[in-house]
Design a protein around this ligand. Structure first.
Ligand code: MN
Length: 471
């Protein structure tokens, strides 16, 4: 489980008694938060900042601990913020400024100067907020009494987003082949991706997988086939086509383990040595948290890994999808989203079927794939595009719905959704913002999660939803 550190701000002007009380109150607060956030994150208290040297030492502890994904800070008393400059200059992990008090209510009958000096977040947190703004430290703020469920929820969200950012910094994408020829939105600045988000985008030829697939043992392929038939319904007589996919997945898993790969892309235009485009192999891997982007889309491969991490422990499905086609019936518009094969199995509403059908493009053999109808419920659609001089995240609220009628001739898995606030404004806004046709859809995450991620990574964000009135 990931960890957050908690740092309390104070100073030595009010004497030893006051500092003892500050440390005791911070301990009570951290214990309460740990109790509330059990299962999500653990929080450890660091020494109260009374001097610049302590602040530097605390921030070094935050930075040097690989288990730590971020830090919470709170100014119990006034804490002159020049003391925070050198420490904050060391900090590179996500920061939550908790603007709260040990006490909920003012003790009107007994309040004196001692009480007011001890409990002055209204004063100290403003001084601290100034230095964060002055230094340009990206951070989130949670304001309110710390026992308020709204504050607990915000800290929980911060912990999950911070974990996703830690995951982001360790993403290694294997791109097998390059991007699909002529496609614009899947391309971009790989170097900037690594500088800004930590995504290492590494090229290998698909021949690496072809070689490992060819050398997969019959036992390995049998074990993979058992995994498939345990989880899915075999709805084809072409078992050899499925075994071919099993060989690919065995090969991918070996390659990923040997090279520390978290995410991958392939390209149907570059399958030298493979007889099929990876279908069920890619779908099953996505179901295990491996990020995937088709046609060389390394940004979506990484973003799906990050968002699956963010959604860990929550109900709902998260994964890559492609915008495909519409039902434009006036007032009842729906989108059918899918891909040529590689729809993540996490979107399955019921037990998927293994089917084998021809694939119109790529000139390869008929690939085995999982076919299913999609989950329903409120969700978001998220994409990340490269604007040349910065990245932009676009997040749209959507409602995933059951398909109104069966589609017996459609040989791929699919989800369907309704755009918000309506088709006209929702899709026009997406197009106007430059939203890609590849995205990550999630019924586990909300726009608040994405907004916090954008804020903490300093990424431009455009949101689309019921509050979007025009384009
Ligand atoms: Mn595509």
């Amino acid at each position: 489980m990931s960890k957050l550190y908690f740092i309390t701000g104070s100073q030595d002007l009010y004497g030893e008694e006051c500092l003892k009380q500050v440390a005791a109150d911070a301990r009570v607060m951290v214990d309460y938060l740990n109790e509330q956030l059990k299962g999500t994150v653990t929080i450890e208290l660091l020494p109260t900042v009374e001097t610049s040297a302590i602040c530097v030492s605390d921030m070094r502890a935050v930075e040097n601990d690989d288990d730590c994904v971020g830090v919470i800070t709170w100014m119990h008393t006034f804490s002159p913020a020049k003391m925070w400059i050198k420490g904050l200059q060391i900090l590179r992990k996500p920061l939550l400024h908790l603007h709260t008090q040990a006490n909920e209510k003012l003790p009107y009958d007994t309040i004196d100067m001692d009480f007011m000096n001890l409990n002055q977040a209204a004063h100290g947190d403003r001084e601290y907020g100034f230095i964060l703004a002055r230094l340009g430290v990206v951070h989130e703020v949670a304001a309110g009494y710390y026992k308020n469920p709204r504050i607990i929820a915000k800290i929980r969200r911060f912990a999950q987003v911070a974990s996703a950012i830690a995951c982001s910094k360790n993403i290694r994408i294997a791109t097998f082949g390059n991007n699909m020829r002529d496609v614009a939105v899947t391309d971009g600045n790989r170097l900037e991706c690594e500088i800004k988000y930590g995504w290492e985008v590494k090229y290998w030829g698909i021949g690496e997988i072809a070689k490992l697939a060819a050398s997969a043992s019959e036992d390995e392929v049998d074990a993979k086939m058992k995994e498939y038939t345990d989880k899915y319904t075999m709805a084809t007589d072409n078992v050899e086509a499925v075994r071919e996919q099993a060989r690919y997945e065995v090969a991918f898993e070996k390659f990923f383990a040997a090279n520390g790969i978290t995410s991958f892309t392939d390209n149907f235009q570059d399958l030298h040595g493979l007889r099929q485009l990876p279908g069920i192999a890619a779908q099953n891997l996505m179901g295990k948290g491996i990020g995937f982007g088709p046609e060389g889309d390394y940004k979506i491969a990484a973003l799906s890994t990050v968002l699956m991490k963010m959604a860990e422990g929550r109900e709902g499905a998260t994964g890559f999808i492609e915008d495909y086609t519409y039902d434009l019936t006036e007032g009842e518009e729906l989108e059918l989203a899918s891909h040529m094969l590689e729809v993540p199995v996490s979107f399955a509403a019921s037990k998927p079927e293994i089917q084998v059908h021809p694939l119109g493009i790529g000139g390869k053999e008929d690939p085995a794939r999982l076919v299913f109808d999609g989950v329903t419920g409120d969700g978001i659609q998220v994409t990340l595009i490269d604007m040349g001089d910065h990245f932009r995240i676009i997040c749209a609220d959507i409602e995933l719905v059951a398909q109104p009628k069966p589609m017996p001739c459609l040989p791929v898995a699919r989800i369907m959704y309704r755009h918000k606030p309506n088709f006209e404004i929702g899709t026009a806004a997406w197009c106007m913002a430059g939203g890609a046709h590849h995205s990550v859809v999630s019924t586990a995450l909300t726009r608040e999660d994405i907004a916090m991620f954008a804020k903490l990574t300093g990424t431009e964000l455009i949101v689309i939803g019921d509050d979007t009135k025009s384009v």
